[in-house]
Design a protein around this ligand. Structure first.
Ligand code: 5GP
Length: 203
């Protein structure tokens, strides 16, 4: 699935111009509250990529915009999307469902654009099963205490214990990922991410 796939059918210099190399798929996971959205915002403008907009059954937080932060669906709508095969992956998290719409991701990759999807770990493992060549990045907090403080700051107090328990489960799966980035000092985490997503020299 990578743009520099050794097994691609490019065989002559002429062929290089015929079809754009496929974009590369990056899967970004890490416990809720770790700062994935902030990191993604920092990447905008520093790396050309398409950010997949997930669908979810949870309600918008103050300031969140439908179609931009998430596609907010009712339970019935989400079920229809599942039945129609419109998700690349989907998973339950904290009593709600979240999924990556398939079509936009496939279109962008085919057009040669790198794609970033942000998911929790079950979704990441589903993507790994169907796209093992994707690059899997796990963002971790400096500590569980710091994660709790960040969740409190953003007002996610309702299901705090569930989110922290889930965070422990997710952090135990960090070894499944190709890269781990600790989000302690934002600029360091951004630099770490940019070194992972940078295109190899000459590609
Ligand atoms: P939140 O409710 O805090 O926005 O998101 C809760 C969790 O769902 C986060 O860990 C987030 O990364 C994850 N998530 C967001 N979109 C998707 C998605 O499309 N698929 C999956 N599997 N998880 C997602």
């Amino acid at each position: 699935m990578t743009g520099n796939d050794k097994h691609s059918s490019i065989s002559s210099p002429e062929a290089v111009d015929e079809a754009p190399a496929r974009g590369r798929l990056f899967v970004f996971a890490g416990p809720s509250g770790v700062g994935k959205d902030t990191l993604i915002r920092e990447l905008i403008g520093r790396w050309p990529f398409y950010l997949s907009i997930s669908a979810t059954t949870r309600h918008p937080r103050p300031g969140e915009v439908d179609g931009s932060d998430y596609i907010f669906l009712s339970d019935e709508e989400f079920t229809s999307w599942v039945d129609e095969g419109r998700f690349l992956e989907w998973a339950r998290f904290s009593d709600h469902r979240y999924g990556t719409p398939r079509e936009a991701v496939e279109e962008q990759l085919a057009a040669g654009v790198d794609v970033l999807v942000e998911v929790e770990v079950q979704g990441a493992m589903q993507v790994k099963a169907i796209a093992p060549d994707a690059t899997f990045i796990f963002v971790e907090p400096p500590s569980i205490e710091e994660l709790e403080a960040r969740l409190l700051r953003r007002g996610d107090t309702g299901d705090m214990e569930a989110r922290l328990e889930r965070a422990r489960v997710e952090m135990a799966m960090a070894d499944e990922f190709d890269h781990r980035v600790v989000n302690e000092v934002l600029s360091d985490a951004v630099a770490g991410l940019l070194s992972v997503v940078a295109r190899p020299e000459g590609s």
